[in-house]
Design a protein around this ligand. Sequence first.
Ligand SMILES: [Zn+2]
Length: 69
Amino acid sequence: MTEINFKCKKCKRYFDCNIGYISFPSKEERPNFEKNIICPECGIRTMDEVELTELGQTQLGEIYFSLLK
Ligand SMILES: [Zn+2]
């Protein structure tokens, strides 16, 4: 279980979401998430509809480097 902190662009709410397994495609900038990002207020959100918070970026960075090992 992998929790990442997001901010919903629609309701401006901060939330932690379990996005399951993360993969980092080499030629794409954005990571792929196994599960949907779900805002507690708005339901399923795409990557375009949420922002990664500072905490979320740190969490993602840690996962990225742990996968490189
Ligand atoms: Zn929302």
